[in-house]
Ligand binder design. Structure first.
Ligand SMILES: [Zn+2]
Ligand SMILES: [Zn+2]
Length: 387
């Protein structure tokens, strides 16, 4: 791991948290930033990579009680050699999400300060989390949908089933560490002498090595393969909601736990229906005769047809609520409502007969006028300076 010689930013500032931030605050801030600056998703990759590295470094220190204490006391000096460098690669999988969780695990994969002696660390690493995006119609979100897709990523090796050895072969004891997986070493640091145990480089902490390595995965226990995945997207899902498929991410390295797959669901906009939380909003144009006289209309919903009653004297923007006809509740609770917003449409192209009829209508009431200026017309003219 190469140490970086550059002016370092304050770790709290990097994560945007206060100096007294809780463990949880730090974790939340980190996750948010890691998603934002992940080089696989960010627009400016180079900038994101630098930022991503900074975030990981800051998190590596601040998420560890011991390192955080040293950092608070001695600053960057205090934690050199623990969170100072960044050596983990992200993801091996293009288009993947990379493993922001597995990255910081790898940050501690070195011996030195901050690690209590006697602690063991095997080479096993959790597989990366993956991200997949799907787009569905609003109607699919209303009913729920079975979605099939293919993911290409690291999967457990089918030949050795993740055992890493050739079928029929076994393991033998690691000689350099005598099967313990650990090597003892003494370090002199500015804080005094530390006796630490570090992972055996020969067996990577396992204490045993394969007699013969699997040809298919070359002993890594995983290979890149395509997998078909079928997911039931629940009714009521909202735009941008991720569905977590535990263990469906990349297979772990050397027997580590598999990562998770996050399916991000994007719900397309509907031509007529707008969604606000659980409610659906339908804008319905009605003629002004219907608005004045009242009528009944039929509207088509995802569930079938509904009759709605438009009352006499309806004004534009009046809202009719159809209870329970909105989106289903994701957790099986009460569904939302369908709100029908009525838009009174003023006719624009009148023929002579209609014009006449409207004039007749207007002359019947004092609040209307036909061509001639009533009180309000005169008032407007006075205000705008016309005579
Ligand atoms: Zn294999
Ligand atoms: Zn060993």
């Amino acid at each position: 791991m190469v140490m970086q010689q550059m002016t370092k930013q304050d770790y709290y500032k990097v994560l945007g948290v206060e100096r007294n931030a809780t463990e949880r605050d730090i974790k939340m801030a980190f996750k948010k930033l890691a998603r934002q600056y992940h080089p696989d998703v960010a627009e400016n990759k180079e900038e994101a990579e630098v930022k991503f590295r900074e975030i990981n470094e800051a998190y590596a220190v601040l998420s560890d009680e011991e390192k955080r204490q040293l950092y608070d006391q001695f600053g960057h000096q205090g934690v050199q050699g623990s969170g100072g460098g960044y050596g983990g690669g992200y993801g091996g999988f293009s288009g993947g999400f990379g493993g922001f969780e597995s990255i910081f695990e790898s940050l501690f994969d070195m011996s030195g300060m901050g690690r209590a002696s006697g602690q063991t660390r095997s080479r096993a690493r959790r597989g990366s989390d993956l991200r997949k995006d799907v787009e569905i119609e609003l109607e699919d979100a209303f009913r729920g949908k079975e979605e099939d897709f293919t993911v290409e990523s690291y999967q457990t090796c089918p030949v050795c089933n993740g055992r890493r050895v050739k079928p029929g072969a076994g393991f033998k004891e690691c000689k350099p560490c005598q099967g313990s997986g650990m090597m003892r070493n003494v370090q002199n640091t500015v804080f005094g002498q530390f006796v630490t145990s570090s992972t055996c480089g020969h067996c990577h902490g396992e204490g045993r090595i394969p007699e013969e390595v699997c040809d298919e995965c070359r002993g890594e226990a995983r290979t890149i393969r395509k997998e078909r995945i079928s997911v039931k997207i629940p009714a009521g899902i909202d735009n941008g909601m991720p569905i977590r498929l535990t263990g469906k991410g990349e297979a772990g390295e050397f027997g580590g736990q598999a990562g998770d797959l996050y399916l991000f669901v994007h719900v397309k906009e509907h031509q007529h229906l707008k969604r606000e939380g659980k409610n659906l909003i339908l804008e319905l144009p009605i003629g002004f005769a219907d608005a004045a006289l009242g009528t009944e209309k039929e509207i088509v919903t995802f569930d079938g047809t509904e009759k709605i009653k438009i009352h006499e004297g309806t004004q534009t923007d009046a809202v009719l609520t159809l209870h329970g006809k909105g989106m289903p509740d994701l957790r099986g609770g009460k569904p939302g409502d369908l709100l029908v917003r009525l838009k009174v449409v003023t006719p624009t192209k009148l023929n002579e007969k209609q014009r006449k009829l409207l004039c007749q209508f207007a002359e019947e009431g004092p609040q209307f006028h036909c061509g001639k200026k009533g009180f309000f017309g005169k008032l407007v003219d006075a205000l705008t300076g016309k005579n």
